[in-house]
Structures are given as C-alpha cells and as structure tokens.
Design a protein around this ligand. Sequence first.
Ligand code: IDP
Ligand code: MG
Length: 139
Amino acid sequence: MTGNITFTMIKPDAVSAGNSGAIIKMIEEAGFEIQAMKKTQLSKEVAGKFYAVHRERPFYGDLCEYMSSGPIIAIILTRENAVESFRKLIGATDPSKADPGTIRQLFATSIEANAIHGSDSDQNAAIESAFFFSELERY
Ligand code: IDP
Ligand code: MG
C-alpha cells in the first residue's frame, strides 16, 4: 500500500536562478496538489538535522553549507502513489544520469546543487513534512 503524501524542497540553486515557478508548474502539471508551501532559509544546523541520515558521508559538510546558502521553498504535495511518482518526476540524484525531461535534468547544475529534494519513502515523507510544517499549516 503506497501513500499519497510527499515532501519536496526547491533547493537554493534553483530558487536563486529564478526557476521555482517553472518547477512548481511541472509539479502541478504532473498531477500533484500543493497542501502547504513556504519560503525560508535554513541555518547550517537545521540543514544538518534534516540531512542527519547522511552525516557519515564525505559530502555531508558541503551539503549542509550549500543547503543553508540561500532560501529554499518547502512544499507538501499530494497525489496517488506520491513518493514514487515524484521521484520519477525529479530524476536521478546526479543530473548527468537523470532522464530527459526530469526536473533535475532540466534545472540541476551538479550532483550537489541538484535543484530539488524528494522524499524517498512514505515514512520519510511524514517525518520531513512534520519537520517543516505544523498540522495547522496544512491545507
Ligand atoms: P536524493 O536527493 O536523490 O534522495 P541522497 O542520496 O538522499 O539523494 O542525497 C541527498 C543530497 O545530497 C542530494 O540530493 C545531493 O544534493 C547531495 N549529494 C548526494 N550525493 C552526493 C555526492 O556524491 N556529492 C555531493 N553531493 C551529493
Ligand atoms: Mg534522499
């Protein structure tokens, strides 16, 4: 049984390049509905907490630096089979390996600055949504 919620963040590279509107349009055209959305800037500490699962990876320090380098847009989305279909829409982590027409293939600039986040499981979608939004902020 798959759930209908996923969580995404438009990352600092895509926000500062002025690509948020184009990315949100692609997300809506793919049938996702926005349930909650906000623009904010993460501190290095908060970015580190969000990506804590990666703390042993060699790129962790750089990732926290990058994710706190400018504003991000956090969004809760709903659609049938949300997690899996959203991961398809965004494409592979490394944009050079992302399928044509995916958000990362179109907008990412590197494996680190890869334009967008997408939850990797229903459980993490719930955890990540709660990290950014209270129940009251959800539509
Ligand atoms: P995902 O975002 O496709 O789920 P993860 O493996 O969960 O990929 O990694 C989280 C984020 O860490 C990536 O989106 C990317 O910004 C960054 N990242 C992942 N692998 C590398 C790497 O090898 N070098 C630099 N940054 C990386
Ligand atoms: Mg991931």
